[in-house]
Design a protein around this ligand. Sequence first.
Ligand code: C2E
Ligand code: MG
Ligand code: MG
Ligand code: MG
Length: 285
Amino acid sequence: RAKSEGRRCYHFYTQELDAALQERMELDQAMRHALERGEFHLVYQPRVDLISGRVLSLEALVRWRHPVWGMVSPGRFIPLAEQTGFILTLGPEILRQACEQIHIWKARGIPTVPVAVNLSAREFRQPDVFERIMGALSTAGLEASDLEIEITESAAMSSVDQTIRTLTQLNDRGVCVSIDDFGTAYSSLNYLKRLPVHAIKIDQSFVSDMREDPAAHPEDAAIIRAIIGLGQTLGMTVIAEGIENQVQRDFLIEHGCPQGQGYLFSRPVPAGEVERLLGVGGVGG
Ligand code: C2E
Ligand code: MG
Ligand code: MG
Ligand code: MG
């Protein structure tokens, strides 16, 4: 009996594997078509001064509206695109769309703030990533200060020499870089010290536990305080992610975190709503 059950388990296991593999292949195929059909677009979430609420910059986040499935979350398709290599096709399109949008805002005389684009690990490890970024800027007629880049902590911590080289090139040209999802990888602090980055972003998993009573989550609170202190010491701005309520905001302000983003201030919004967020929307426009 044990034997047949074992066999059955094995059978179910392979069936599940097949189904998962099948789904991934379907999703990968669909992504390639989606790009041709223009189903990817960007939304923008403000990063604000925590005390005044003033918008200091925007983060561009990709959205995929599939004609049948509806919205597909980037949390689902970006990791897959990263594995299959499709990100090397999608990434440049995201960068192009962001730069084009910034150009439109500037051309319309809107007092814009810098826009940060997320680069996945695989994109960032491309040998010509610096040239690609500068190329996207010049194609759209932008200045280096119009664009910022976000790379995750784990991406920043791999291929040390190449990371330092690319970050130095960007920094020399005036493109600011932030380390995303900070606190989720195992950075060597000695290495972090050597990275010419502008900001570190406290991962939202830590902020999320501050929602009701920060004192009830002393470990997360301590990590947040440590990251803020680290930023201050290393001369990097600190941006807290995923701020949903006033308790979280107050806690962060109390501990000296200068900037944040989250639903408390604004969800990511389509380009057309950004003007309103920046407080320059024309009446009846
Ligand atoms: P991320 O770069 O760390 O982006 C933050 C995520 O948190 C976004 O999810 C954002 O919508 C969400 N968020 C913002 N405020 C709040 C809040 O108050 N509460 C909660 N619960 N969530 C909040 P999104 O847009 O689904 O993106 C998820 C991840 O997918 C991003 O994490 C990033 O790693 C990746 N991603 C998104 N857009 C792009 C892109 O254009 N390129 C690349 N390479 N990756 C992207
Ligand atoms: Mg990000
Ligand atoms: Mg993040
Ligand atoms: Mg994330």
